[in-house]
Design a protein around this ligand. Sequence first.
Ligand code: GH3
Ligand code: MG
Length: 545
Amino acid sequence: MTELVVKPSTTSQTARLKDHFAQRVTNRARHVIECWHRLNKEHWSKQWLAEFQRANEKLLKYAERFKQQAHSDIARQISKVLQDFNEEKAPNSDVIRHLNDLIIKLSYTALRKGDTSIEIGSIPTSKPVYIGLNHFSMATKLLKQMEYFGLRAKVFHTHDEFMKGFENRYPAVIVIDVDFGGEKRAGIELINNIQAQIETPIPILFYCDEDDNILTRLEAARANGCEFYTHGLEAGHVIERIEQLTRITLNDPYRVLIVDDSKAQAYFTQSTLNKAGIITQVVTKPLEVMDVLEKFDTDLIIMDMYMPDCNGMELSKVIRQQEKYVSIPIIYLSAEGDIDKQLVAMGEGGDDFLTKPIKPRHLIMTVRNRGERARTLLSRMIRDSLTGLYNHTYTLQQLQTEVMRAEEYEHPLVFAMIDIDKFKSVNDTYGHPMGDRVIKSLALFLKQRLRKTDTIGRYGGEEFAIILPNTGQQAAVGLLDDIREHFSQMKQPAHPTDLQVTFSCGLAMFDGSNGEQLSAQADKALYAAKNGGRNCVKVYQASQS
Ligand code: GH3
Ligand code: MG
């Protein structure tokens, strides 16, 4: 009898080797991104800048050795920018902007083959998630759900298995029972043991069946427990939390407008902020402020109190009279020490008052805190609270903008509407909270499968809208149908049995019409999809009107 041995073909071996090398370069790229992320949370200290530079040099070396053209091009450009501003010279806004753009480009190339997300400036973790739960069926269910969302996870059944897994490879996050293995608090003990062996603690999501007394919660928090779930695990929530904990999100640098008639003071403020990776624009003639606001996308204004043509309070009043600038924080910077006068100034549309001379660290912290709050507020205004997607109003505004862009650049544009099928019966059978979970789960799924440049909105209850710029009809249908197919296969965990939900989708190609017409066309196509039996994607045909 001849034995049949199946050998891997040479081509597949070469392909695997190539993948292996590509992955090593990808890891270097991720390190550069991490360094950049850290740099922008603090000062651009010499030490951290040097680390960033070293990480980039390593990336360049690996990318050249393994012939990864896209990576080596970006690394070379980063290294050129870094060379151009030597250590004597402080980084300016152009440098920050340029580096940030390059890092965002790098974040595209840093995605791995298996990564499902293609969001710009957002890198999913490459490390696995470890699960140790006493209820094995709960663990396996969670594992399945994670796989749907492209997260790599591993389930362990015993303490020893878990430790072996840990020694083999560190996980990104651990989901564990506080009593893992059966003994009281054995899970927390195991985690304490693990955390003691490593430098940066791993985020832990604890689960506890019944006991949620404060002492256990305290112990869990001390072991770097970020969540403490009780009475059942909701997979959607766990996955969302893991995403938050592991994703490096590259926020755009803050953009600050400095209004000060004193050039020396303005440039001092500017260089202080630039050294913290904050983009600035200076206005020394207060009357020019409105023109500059039009062009410079401002997160925050730093305003001198006393200037020759008008004072800071008057100028703030004028700025605040315009609806679109109402939410931009204004921080006064002045030598004025009189608290009463400071209070009056705050009443006139200012948000904070900083007294000169100000410590650079204090200035940077104030800008970062105010900037973050302003961005959060803005996002509340334009986002839906259940899903975090854009709300109806903003989605329509965005559609107008994209229609104008498509016209100007002569790009194709697709507008799609999605509606969950027979959703009323989900609510009726499983209850409203379960319905909400399904809506959230579809939102998360769409976020993962679409590009950052696409707009995803929650149009109404169980209805979503998607704008796909620069996308042709065939590509859009292929993509949406693939999403439809995968979503329909997902098992939504529920009692007494899991449920599967489908959606229908209607899409329309931009053909010179306006946003309203485009949205009406997509709506008609959606109607046709519902009539055509649901769980399908239909394209608007002119004959439908
Ligand atoms: P079809 O396949 O034709 O779309 O049928 P359907 O049942 O999905 O459509 P219908 O318009 O009859 O019902 C939609 C239901 O969605 C009615 C409403 O109570 C529910 N709904 C709307 N918004 C929400 C929400 O935020 N949460 C939950 N749980 N239900 C919602
Ligand atoms: Mg519906």
